[in-house]
Design a protein around this ligand. Structure first.
Ligand code: GLN
Ligand code: ZN
Length: 768
């Protein structure tokens, strides 16, 4: 019989119960037992929903209080010293949260000291962030906390034999960093006995299937990884011969790793047919017929309903190739990356809602497909018809396509993606217009989003404050911020972004083609959730979005005011994007909308416009072979948005959240006059790139880490800037914080900005 399977269920809870419980626990308002019982209730709810939807392989141990990579590390005792773990016995919750959030955050829990949190980074190309393990050769991995058997038993007690999920040993190691020069894979021999124990105990406790996630199999593998895979899976297979291991890959096709994956001694292989539908024939050819094949045909990364007939055709192809008796249907990856349920979305456009499927709806699709394979299409005729109808309705929906926009896109010329003159002539024109000092001081855009700002927005939403009253309050705050920046001597001012709830949402709400959910929360990291907007139709800008605020701010000062926009790539990257047209096309549509805003800002007398692209690097494909194509269109979209202006109008961009050294040439190709970039936290690691690459335009490497509540001294910031000046000519260097100040309080921002101005003055007074 075809098995309906799931690979992972959202952890956060339909009403973000886990977030609430975690934050109460961290605040000392909830005990550990209560936190654990909330978590257990969420898991029980998840099992019930999955079983109720007809899923027979329900995952377990996919749940994590903070992050599954972190829990794996704690289960195996891979804990660096300094976080309150003695080296013996299970790792406490306090230590786990200290690893995730830093020890200062856990001092309340009785752990002294202030060790910093482990680094966090994006889980492959998703917006989920995992805690990066920090390993060393001295570690002695062993199974300290058998979270997998515990998860299995929990299900069994409630009558469900779940399929525990383990992050496989090779992916765990490849996702880790080492401290002492050892290569992560060198730790494999020490790791394998711990994994073997976990599997053996699972078999003893009654597990039949275990899902071993090896997403690194879809990436370009480093040397030695292939052998490591063979060694590891030989050991795992021997550890528990009766246990069925499902080798699980997702987020891309296997490509050159297919033969390797197909040759490993496991009971089954899961492949992602949403990201890589074209890999099916090769998989069918490569996989021995005594293996199970799990096909990920329901998109675990996006919110659209599945084309059930197309998915069924793929399943039939596998059946015809001889996998009919060993077939599983599943989402492409864990459903962690989509919201819980559509049921709560009462305010969405009804036609749009009919085209959507969140986690709970996707599970039903999986079950329907499994039934269709076994019992024929007639058995699920109603579901197939509903899927057909939704697709047909979408195809016929004229609101999706804006003919005027299509014509405008077709008329885009290469000149429109280029400034009129090259950077040196622009720089001269801008210098003449702006009259800035050497080492100009600016900020990244937002000033603190205080309780006052948030309460004004809440009162507007509740109707307690009308739009006129709200706007007047915004103007008052802008005026205060402008006066303060003038007083302390900032060179390029910003209005402060008080009117913005979120840098994507604020623009999405004013653009055609975007929709917003009420409860579409997705875990970003720990207790942090985001509700990405949905781009469902052609994107265009009905009217100016920011001009009124920037123009008002400029009217208050003779200093240059910087207009502030979110760039097209970031607007795309932080949304759920329609799939009926290429991503590149959606991005170009947004680029045109931003371009119009840039032109309007210029026309309103704004001399500088910053187009933020913090998510620029996130869009980078997993495989190196695909990267050039992405970078080509992402750079082109940025340039399309930035290039309607005259030479004397200065374009800035801003980037943060990732390492940029390996894409520095593309960043240069964006041809912004000035880029501000996060680098204070990594102690100016960015500057390494300038040793080999001569960045041609102006740059402001952040000298104040705004992620920490510390107020840096003028000397400290001057020191960082002086280091930058060794690599970047002073006349092209700016002074600014790392990122926007919206999460900070005025008590830190005011002295820190004053120190920044003082740092600039110190440096200007010094000879080169
Ligand atoms: N202009 C935005 C701000 O200052 C940039 C935010 C970001 O880079 N994430 O808030
Ligand atoms: Zn930033």
């Amino acid at each position: 019989m075809t098995i309906a399977a799931n690979l992972g269920y959202p952890r956060i809870g339909p009403k973000r119960e886990l977030k609430t419980a975690l934050e109460a626990f961290w605040a000392g308002k909830l005990g550990e037992a209560e936190l654990q019982s909330t978590a257990a209730a969420l898991r029980a709810g998840a099992r019930a929903v999955q079983q109720g939807s007809g899923i027979s392989h329900v995952p377990s141990a996919d749940f994590a209080l903070y992050d599954h990579v972190l829990e794996t590390v704690c289960a195996f005792g891979l804990v660096p010293p300094g976080y309150g773990w003695s080296g013996e016995g299970p790792v406490s919750l306090a230590t786990m949260f200290a690893l995730a959030r830093g020890r200062a955050a856990e001092r309340a829990a009785g752990i002294p000291g202030d060790a910093v949190a482990l680094e966090m980074t994006k889980w492959f190309d998703t917006n989920y962030h995992y805690v990066v393990p920090r390993l060393s050769a001295a570690m002695r991995p062993r199974l300290l906390d058998d979270r997998w058997t515990r998860a299995l038993r929990e299900g069994l007690q409630h009558g469900t034999r779940t399929r525990p999920v383990l992050l496989g040993p090779i992916s765990l190691l490849l996702l880790s960093k080492t401290e002492d020069g050892t290569r992560p894979l060198d730790l494999l021999p020490a790791m394998l006995p711990a994994y073997a124990d976990a599997l053996r105990f699972l078999a003893e406790a009654g597990a039949v299937w275990v899902q071993v996630d090896e997403p690194c199999l879809v990436t370009d593998l480093p040397s030695g990884a292939e052998d490591a895979y063979r060694t590891a899976f030989r050991a795992l297979a021997e550890a528990a011969p009766g246990l069925n291991l499902l080798l699980t890959t997702y987020f891309e096709g296997l490509r050159d790793n297919l033969q390797l994956a197909a040759s490993l001694p496991v009971a089954g292989l899961h492949v992602d047919l949403v990201r890589a539908p074209g890999q099916l024939p090769a998989v069918l050819e490569a996989l021995p017929r005594d293996r199970w094949l799990s096909l990920g045909v329901v998109d675990g990364r996006n919110v659209w309903r599945t084309d059930l007939r197309a998915a069924l055709a793929q399943l039939r192809a596998a059946e015809a190739a001889g996998f009919g008796k060993r077939l599983m249907v599943a989402p492409s990856c864990s459903l962690l990356h989509v919201p819980h349920s559509l049921a709560m979305e009462t305010a969405l456009d009804p036609a749009l809602k009919r085209r959507l499927a969140f986690a709970n709806e996707k599970l039903k699709e999986v079950a329907v497909l499994a039934r269709a394979v076994d019992e024929g299409e007639k058995a699920v005729a109603a579901a197939l018809e509903e899927s057909d109808r939704a697709l047909a309705e979408a195809r016929a929906d004229e609101r999706l396509h804006d003919p005027g926009l299509a014509a405008r896109l077709a008329a885009v010329t290469p000149e429109m993606e280029r400034r009129t003159s090259s950077y040196p002539s622009r720089a001269a024109a801008q210098a003449a217009r702006l009259g800035l000092p050497e080492l100009p001081v600016t900020s990244i855009g937002s000033w603190p989003q205080t309780a006052e700002v948030r309460s004004l927005r809440a009162r507007l939403a509740r109707g307690e404050l009308d739009k006129t009253g709200y706007d007047a309050e915004m103007e008052r705050m802008i005026a205060e911020a402008v006066r303060w920046q003038e007083e302390i001597g900032v060179d390029v001012l910003v209005h402060g972004e008080f009117e913005r709830n979120d840098m994507v949402k604020y623009f999405g709400e004013q653009l055609a083609g975007y929709a917003f959910t009420k409860h579409g929360w997705v875990q970003s990291y720990g207790s942090r959730c985001v509700a990405p907007p949905i781009i469902w139709a052609d994107v265009s800008r009905p009217k100016p979005m920011t001009v009124r605020w920037s123009a008002y701010a400029q009217s208050l000062t003779d200093k240059p005011m910087k207009g502030m926009l979110t760039g097209p790539v970031t607007m795309l990257q932080w949304s759920f994007v329609r799939t009926d047209i290429p991503r590149e096309t959606v991005c170009r549509q947004i680029a045109l909308a931003i371009r119009d805003e840039v032109a309007d800002l210029e026309a309103a007398g704004i001399p500088i416009v910053q187009i933020d692209e913090p998510a620029f690097r996130e869009g980078l494909p997993l495989r190196k072979a695909d990267r050039d194509d992405y970078l080509r269109w992402a750079v082109a979209c940025f340039r399309l948005s930035a290039s309607p202006v005259r030479d004397e109008t200065q374009i800035h961009t801003h980037m943060c959240y990732s390492e940029f050294n390996d894409i520095i040439e593309s960043i240069a190709a964006m041809d912004a006059d000035v880029i501000s970039i996060e680098t204070a936290r990594s102690n100016m690691e960015l500057l390494d790139a300038f040793a080999v690459f001569d960045y041609p335009n102006e740059i402001g490497p952040g000298v104040w880490d705004i992620h920490s509540p510390r107020v840096p001294s003028a000397e400290e910031m001057a020191r960082l800037a002086a280091r930058a000046a060794e690599r970047i000519p002073r006349r092209r260097l700016w002074l600014n914080p790392d990122c926007g100040c919206k999460t900070r309080g005025w008590a830190e921002v005011k002295p820190a900005m004053a120190n920044l101005v003082a740092a600039a003055r110190q440096l200007r007074a010094r000879a080169v």
